[in-house]
Every structure is written in structure tokens, then in C-alpha cells.
Design a protein around this ligand. Structure first.
Ligand SMILES: [Zn+2]
Length: 157
């Protein structure tokens, strides 16, 4: 386990981080999850310090469901916020709630260095760095300008 990825007790969080986790928990209360009953809230802190939140929104046509993290990203972008410093995501399971693969990809578009605070139903918090821990060698905007796939070296072949 690296120095950044790991479990944090509540007292190990900064005041800003506690605020972000509280915002994710508050958003979780508004989740619409009648099918899975897995309620999730997310809170994104922008580079200007502002916080936007999202909750998961399920649908009777299951694939139309959208995760809390992507609701927050959509809200942020619609309000002119595209640079994010930190994300808190809070689920209701006993394990800490990490972003799903689709959300990792969407977050990587805007913030490959994003710090993620994953919160469990019992209040445990784990820290991750998106690009290092959750989506290493991810495909992002720079990938479109590169003639090398992620991880390739010049003399590979
Ligand atoms: Zn997701």
C-alpha cells in the first residue's frame, strides 16, 4: 500500500476533506435507487474551492442509470467548472465505495491527478489517486494526440 492510498480515520482528514465527505453524505440522502437500494453520493471540489454534488439516479431501464460521480461531473461542467482537485464518494455498503470503471474514465477526462476519498457505510475513508491507483495508463485527451499506446516504449515491437 502506497503512502497516499490507504485508510484514513476521521481524524486524519483535513477540515476541507471532512466538509467534502459531509457533502457526499448529504447528497447520498437524495439518491434515487429503488432497484439496487445502493445509495451513493458524490462531492467534487473544484480548483476554485467550490463543491458540487451528485447522487445516483437509477431507472427502470437499468442501463439508463447514472452514477453519483457522473451526475456531479455533469453538474459541474454545466456550471463552468472543469478543473477538479478532490472527490468524495460515499456508498451504503460496508466496504468503501470506489468509483466504477465508467466513472473513473469520465473523471480521468478532467482530472487524471484527482484525489479520491472513498467512504464506506460505516464511515471508513480510503484515499486514492485516480491516475495512479484507480485508472493507471488510462485513455485520456492526450491519448488522441499520441502515436503510442499507453505503456508503450519507443523500442517496443
Ligand atoms: Zn460509476
Amino acid at each position: 500500500m502506497s503512502d497516499t492510498q490507504g485508510m484514513a480515520a476521521g481524524g486524519d482528514l483535513t477540515a476541507d476533506e471532512r466538509e467534502l465527505v459531509a457533502a457526499a453524505l448529504a447528497a447520498r440522502a437524495h439518491a434515487y435507487a429503488p432497484y439496487s437500494r445502493f445509495h451513493v453520493g458524490a462531492a467534487l471540489r473544484g480548483d476554485d474551492g467550490s463543491v458540487v454534488t451528485g447522487a445516483n439516479v437509477e431507472n427502470a431501464a437499468y442501463p439508463a442509470t447514472i452514477c453519483a460521480e457522473r451526475v456531479a461531473v455533469g453538474y459541474a461542467v454545466a456550471h463552468g467548472l472543469r478543473v477538479f482537485r478532490q472527490l468524495a464518494v460515499a456508498g451504503t455498503g460496508s466496504a468503501v465505495c470506489t468509483p466504477c470503471g465508467t466513472c473513473r474514465q469520465v473523471l480521468n477526462e478532467f482530472a487524471p491527478d484527482l484525489e479520491v476519498l472513498a467512504v464506506g457505510g460505516g464511515g471508513a475513508v480510503a484515499r486514492y489517486l485516480l491516475g495512479r491507483d484507480l485508472l493507471p495508463d488510462g485513455f485520456g485527451p492526450a491519448s488522441l494526440d499520441s502515436d503510442q499506446p499507453p505503456g508503450a516504449t519507443e523500442d517496443a515491437g
